[in-house]
Design a protein around this ligand. Structure first.
Ligand code: ZN
Length: 85
């Protein structure tokens, strides 16, 4: 039996599907505000498919950030994902 090579996977908070880390966007919430992950604190992941689904996204973000400022969260998210680094 060949040993299965196991790549680390992470779960998308919106659809709960697992994918390789490099297929996901890593984000964090700080005091109810969305931010890109800076290496500190808790983070979560979103898959590229969910990034295209605003309805699903806004729900997941509000739940994850415990915030109801949907427009804030969505605007910040767009800022982060269009800022290609
Ligand atoms: Zn997803």
């Amino acid at each position: 039996m060949a040993k299965k090579f196991h790549l680390p996977t992470r779960m998308c908070v919106a659809c709960r599907s697992r994918d390789k880390q490099n297929n996901l966007v890593r984000l964090q919430c700080k005091d109810g505000e969305l931010d890109c992950f800076n290496g500190l604190g808790r983070s979560f992941y979103l898959c590229k498919e969910c990034l295209l689904d605003e309805k699903k996204l806004s729900k997941a973000l509000m739940r994850t950030c415990k915030s109801n400022k949907k427009d804030n969260l969505m605007n910040k998210l767009k800022e982060i994902i269009t800022d290609d680094r």
